[in-house]
Design a protein around this ligand. Sequence first.
Ligand SMILES: O=C(O)c1ccccc1N[C@@H]1O[C@H](COP(=O)(O)O)[C@@H](O)[C@H]1O
Length: 235
Amino acid sequence: MIASSLTVKICGLRTEAAIDVAIAAGADAVGFVIAEGSPRFVDAETARRLIEHTAGRATTVLVTKGLSPEAAASAAYGCGVDVLQVHGFDRPQVERTLELFPRVWRATSVSAANFVGGLDSWGEELLLIDSPRAGSGERWDLGALHEQRPSGPWLLAGGLDPDNVAQAVAQAGPTGVDVSSGVESAPGVKDHALIERFVANARSTSRGSADRAETEPNSGKLSSNDDHHIPVARS
Ligand SMILES: O=C(O)c1ccccc1N[C@@H]1O[C@H](COP(=O)(O)O)[C@@H](O)[C@H]1O
């Protein structure tokens, strides 16, 4: 296990080559989407094969939406993934999932200036704060974080790309970042050069928010999570 200063997750990977590029670039986590209708959808057997290919070089994350806790946990065990990412779950569903599978990342989004389900931990390993339309490449107003802050580690997602990730990290001060559309040449098609640029640009600013927190104690709530780290499996 290692901890890096800023956790970087590349999501929606569908090929071994893209996984290798992401890991070589320094990604901590790679995500595989089994949500029906997504342009990044992979079936259970493909997810299992890609996770096996990753082979402990990065944390593997299974992205689910619209499944019951039982079905999501069953899929996670079936493909041998490290982490189960759940979208649209209420608190009882998250707690039920945690009874079934040990590592859960809960996705939430801003709705009418409030975060769905709130930003306090329900026992999940981390919170993913995304746009309301996950995987769409849409951004959301980071200003909402001025009033509400996650109590634990959290990933920023939603419309990030190589050109905006540095500024977003500096503004929001997340534990990590998560990207899908922003490193694609077409929906579901990962661009290897964009993956490399995204990781490099995210890493180039990973100290930015921490430095700001040290030098600008009144810079507000937006830099308070730099001491949180996600456990990352690396062999
Ligand atoms: O990527 C998808 O298609 C997807 C489908 C269903 C649930 C979640 C999905 N992706 C998650 O959304 C974030 C942000 O995506 P984007 O960068 O704005 O395109 C992505 O990192 C996944 O965790």
